[in-house]
Design a protein around this ligand. Structure first.
Ligand SMILES: C[S@@+](CC[C@H](N)C(=O)[O-])C[C@H]1O[C@@H](n2cnc3c(N)ncnc32)[C@H](O)[C@@H]1O
Length: 312
């Protein structure tokens, strides 16, 4: 079956051999065409996020992404007159807060390659201009923005360096870039390991690692503050601050399962099971998690938050 063409609101509109997205900023419009050779399983492939956007917004964003996004934004000292691009905005973890600060005074552009994620972001940050874009390319002229953010996005890129150089290009001289990356992942926590073991029962050994390597090829390389500083410096940026913060996650076991079910690994397993077997997999995972940890889970997740300046 050929892939469907998605409108910016995430709804399927037909069947084409490529997905064409249109976005715009302050009167400029942008066309990004992403070729797709075969229909991926839901939640996997180049735009692995559209299929899971609503669940991401409901379960994953509040549990893992909202607090680090707010802290990253705080590092950049954004004001009401800032011209900000939030690239890889997802469902708006950072954009929503930026919209509250910037309002209609400055400029706020929220860019993502996933139409489904953009559609949710639009609901939460109405003053933001939405932009369909795929790093490492951005459509803006040099020096358009005072600040650019990419919160938990660089890990998705095979070559984060070229994306950083591009983000620096659209910053004005002296403008600031804010990026974040996970030091720990949900899999490195005790409940996360138990969940992963459950998934692994349904696939060949090594399958889930291979999926993660495809989905977040740079995750391991950026999971360290020195490595993140190094890549920012090699992109020609001057480090202002790189910090490792631990965020406490308190989440009901049921919500934890929902938040982990949106991962590329879980979507892969789900695509290869019958609906009944997937439900059984979830039920066994829930029983194991409740037996080991109870109905309420608490764990810490560390992330690197970095702020760097575009040197004039
Ligand atoms: C882990 S989510 C983070 C979303 C949001 N920044 C947050 O903190 O919740 C990664 C986002 O990056 C987007 N993304 C991944 N690769 C991208 C690329 N090459 N260009 C633009 N967006 C990309 C995905 O579609 C997804 O919305």
């Amino acid at each position: 079956m050929p892939p469907a063409m998605h409108r910016i609101d995430g709804s399927a509109t037909g069947s084409l051999a490529s997905t064409s997205l249109t976005g715009g900023i302050a009167g400029r419009s942008v066309d990004v065409t992403m070729g797709t050779s075969a229909e991926p399983a839901p939640g996997t492939g180049a735009d692995s996020y559209s299929a899971i956007a609503e669940d991401y917004a409901r379960f994953s964003e509040p549990a893992y992404f909202a607090v680090p996004a707010r802290e990253l934004l705080a590092l950049l000292a954004v004001t009401s007159s800032t011209r900000l691009l939030d690239v890889g905005c997802g469902t708006g973890a950072l954009t929503e807060r930026a919209a509250q600060v910037i309002g209609d005074s400055g400029l706020l552009v929220a860019g993502d390659r996933s139409p489904g994620m953009l559609a949710v972001c639009r609901r939460k940050a109405r003053s933001a201009s939405l932009l369909a874009c795929a790093l490492p390319r951005l459509p803006h002229p040099d020096g358009t923005f005072d600040a650019v953010t990419a919160s938990f996005v660089l890990s998705h890129l095979a070559e984060p360096m070229s994306a950083l150089v591009e983000m620096a290009r659209v910053l004005r001289p002296g403008g600031v870039l804010g990026v974040s990356s996970w030091v720990d992942t949900a899999v490195t926590t005790a409940p996360g390991r138990l969940w992963q073991e459950q998934l692994e029962r349904h696939v060949r050994p090594g399958d889930l690692e291979a999926i993660s390597a495809r989905h977040v090829p740079a995750e391991a390389a950026l999971a360290d503050p020195r490595a993140l500083s190094g890549v920012l410096e090699r992109a020609g940026l001057a480090i202002r601050e790189v910090v490792v913060r631990e965020f406490q996650v308190h989440i009901a076991t049921e919500a934890f399962i929902a938040s982990r079910s949106v991962s590329a690994a879980a979507q892969h397993v789900r695509a290869h099971l019958s609906p009944a077997d997937w439900q059984r997999c979830l039920a066994v995972a829930a029983a194991d998690l409740v037996a080991s940890f109870g109905h309420q889970l608490s764990f810490g997740l560390r992330a690197c938050l970095a702020c760097a300046r575009n040197v004039p």
